[in-house]
Design a protein around this ligand. Structure first.
Ligand SMILES: *Cc1c(COP(=O)(O)O)cnc(C)c1O
Length: 404
């Protein structure tokens, strides 16, 4: 008898497909540079030296392992299931994104690249990547829509302080899509010296696999910690989903176990196109940004406009592995509106002394609803980031509630 291979070793296939999702739909000029990244990663992911260096960085620079916190006050307040948090907000720079940015920086160093290049929407990926670039002594160029540059001023300043060059995308709607175009254009001019560093489990193969592998540390740590803390595995694990990197990170620890997995999509402020960014809930199959997945399309089949109060999760598609795991029934979708996210933002702050990022508050809100309905269960939430970046926006738009 042979033991069943762990899921993580079986997916994706060699061409980057998770079932029918994923792949690499790229223009001919990108085929060679992507082959180089793929082959390098294949080798490095088995290299003791690379993995050992990454482990040291995680421990001595990022502050890993991050703890698990039991939310006794919040659980008592709800009077249902027990809620626990995996504290990715305690990573250096305040979110899970550094887990893959440091690894991408290390990859660039091993490849002899001089510069990291990427696009950013709200600026979170840009800040994490600029941090990695500073650490590794690499140059960093972040492309950002002109509209977003005005909106996300603190992150733009942070990137500049960290030594990155911020390049405005000035065409079209001047937001994320244009930033992607602009960054790809700049990357194509010198694929020899630059590494394009994608910010989630999206994009052409090998990025969805690579970023998942880099984020899997979250789930592998969490499994061990949760067992040690409670003597059991959680009944349910949940995380918010934009592209899906923090969710794939925590799910990675539990896919082979009898644990329910819920990815929480932003239900925004309504069910009409443009009012939410719930790709799996309302989307259909399509190719965007170089991979096949489930996406929200407008009447011309183009990526639809999306909305979420969490600016890191307003993405019209979803990582191909999420589309796959959902299609085979391994994962479930939870929904959370803007209002529910703000309620959870305040509740976690008032009951536990933890101000969550608005993105992460979506997962907390869903866990609160789920706990109320499943009083016997234990629930582990990936708290993907801290909320400092969101406090001005929240108090301007939503009055501080009285603690009840
Ligand atoms: C960017 C971001 C997200 C969304 O990204 P995923 O790839 O879906 O994890 C979630 N939470 C925080 C705090 C973020 O910065």
């Amino acid at each position: 008898m042979t033991a069943k291979k762990p899921y993580l070793e079986t997916m994706p296939n060699e061409d980057g497909f998770f079932g029918k999702f994923g792949g690499a739909f790229i223009p001919p000029q990108l085929e060679e540079p992507f082959r180089e990244i793929r082959e390098a990663y294949d080798k490095l992911s088995k290299s003791f030296e690379f993995l050992h260096e990454l482990k040291k960085i995680r421990k001595h620079y990022q502050g890993r392992p991050t703890p698990i916190t039991y939310c006794k006050n919040l659980s008592d307040y709800i009077g249902g299931g027990q809620i626990y948090l995996k504290r990715e907000d305690l990573n250096h720079t305040g979110a899970h994104k550094l887990n893959h940015c440091m690894a991408e920086g290390l990859l660039a160093k091993y490849l002899g690249k001089k510069k990291l290049i990427a696009e950013t929407g709200a600026g979170q990926h840009g800040v994490a990547l600029a941090t990695a670039a500073a650490y590794f002594g690499l140059e960093c160029e972040i492309h950002m829509g002109e509209v977003d540059i005005k909106k996300e001023h603190p992150n733009v300043v942070k990137m500049k302080i960290l030594g990155a060059k911020v390049v405005p995308a000035t065409h079209g709607l001047k937001t994320l899509k244009e930033a992607v175009d602009s960054a790809f254009g700049a990357y194509l001019q010198d694929t020899q010296n630059q590494l394009f560093a994608i910010g989630s489990v999206v994009g052409p193969h090998p990025f969805p696999k690579m970023v998942r592998d880099f984020q899997s540390v979250v789930g592998l740590e969490a499994k061990e910690q949760f067992l040690e803390m409670t003597g059991k595995l959680p009944d349910m694990v949940t995380a918010c989903v934009g592209g899906g990197s923090n969710a794939m990170g925590i799910f990675s620890g539990f896919i082979d176990d009898a644990v329910k997995l819920y990815g929480v999509e932003p239900a925004g402020k309504g069910t009409n196109l443009g009012e939410h960014s719930a790709s799996l809930t309302y989307g259909s199959e399509g190719i965007m940004h170089g991979f096949n997945s489930i996406m929200l399309k407008d009447e011309n089949g183009e990526p639809a406009p999306v909305h979420s109060i969490g600016s890191g999760i307003d993405y019209p598609s979803i990582g191909p592995e999420h589309a796959y795991l959902h299609s085979i029934g391994r994962t479930n979708v939870g929904l959370c509106t803007d209002e529910e996210a703000v309620d959870a933002f305040y509740k976690l702050s008032q009951y536990e002394g933890i101000i969550p990022a608005l993105e992460s508050a979506h997962a907390v809100a869903f866990a609160m609803k789920y706990a109320a309905q499943n009083p016997k269960e234990s629930i582990l939430v990936n708290l993907s980031g801290r909320g400092d970046k969101d406090i001005d926006y929240v108090i301007e738009h939503y009055p501080i509630p009285l603690k009840v």
